[in-house]
Design a protein around this ligand. Structure first.
Ligand code: PXP
Length: 249
């Protein structure tokens, strides 16, 4: 199968805010990172307003909505507070993610199948407000079918297990996770869902995922912000873009 279209790159700037918040001031500014990302070829900016505001803040979201010239993908938990904020700003896209206060990062996908009724009601007003609604899930047919039933337009496959297995040198698990994501990308597409992927992707792990023809967008943050320390944000993003395009060709 030919790729369905150009693969978009969403740059997640959460961890610029993590560094800023370590000192409680205004530097480094996630907005400046977003502007550099745009110039380096990011197709969108992704930011996760966590309930505990550990990195991105309400003021960051406000600033991004005012100043970005590429779409904002607003990651949020399925809470009333976040729904109110999303409906106030009406970002281009919202991505519903699970959130546990004690976790270091978003550890697993959303349990859509167990919470279908509530989630269907939760996302309806977001869709009506014109937001593209994405659900962050594991590559599991039950979750994909449930995401489809509740009316999401997009699923984002959690690439964390694949990336962790790669980092640990567990190649059997890595390849099994990759195969699962390959099959589930095709399955989700067959239901009419747009397929995105992300979490933990690096230069070493991006290409096999970028090569899935159904995947339309990758959201990548932590590695790019880390790599920016060594080579600068603009070149770090350009190299990711190059690897994605190479895998796609
Ligand atoms: N996609 C989603 C839904 C996420 O929650 C995150 C992390 O915030 C990412 C992508 C990006 O992950 P990473 O920062 O590990 O690249």
């Amino acid at each position: 199968m030919q790729p369905l279209g150009r693969l978009r790159l969403g740059v997640n700037i959460d961890h610029v805010a993590t560094v800023r918040n370590a000192r409680g001031g205004a530097y480094p500014d996630p907005m400046r990172a977003a502007q550099i990302a745009e110039e380096a070829g990011a197709d969108g900016i992704t930011a996760h307003l966590r309930e505990d505001r550990r990195h991105i803040t309400d003021a960051d979201i406000e600033g991004l909505m005012e100043a970005l010239s590429v779409p904002l993908n607003f990651e949020m938990a399925a809470t009333d507070e976040m729904q109110r904020i999303a409906l106030r700003h009406k970002p281009h896209a919202v991505c519903i993610v699970p959130e546990r206060r004690e976790e270091r990062t978003t550890e697993g996908g959303l349990e859509v199948a167990k919470d279908e009724n509530r989630l269907a009601h939760f996302i309806a007003p977001l869709r009506e407000a014109g937001c593209r609604v994405s659900i962050f899930i594991a590559a599991d047919p039950r979750q994909i079918e449930a995401a489809h039933r509740i009316g999401a337009q997009v699923i984002e496959l959690h690439t964390g297990a694949y990336c962790d297995a790669h980092a640990e040198g567990d190649l059997d698990t890595r390849d099994a996770e990759l195969e699962k994501m390959r099959e589930m990308s095709a399955f989700a597409h067959s239901l009419g869902l747009e397929v995105h992927a992300g979490h933990g992707l690096t230069y070493d792990t991006v290409q096999p995922v970028a090569a899935f023809p159904e995947v339309m967008e990758l959201n990548i943050g932590h590695f790019l912000i880390g790599e920016a320390i060594f080579r600068g944000l603009d070149p770090a993003i350009r190299e990711m873009r190059r690897l994605m395009d190479e895998a796609r060709a």
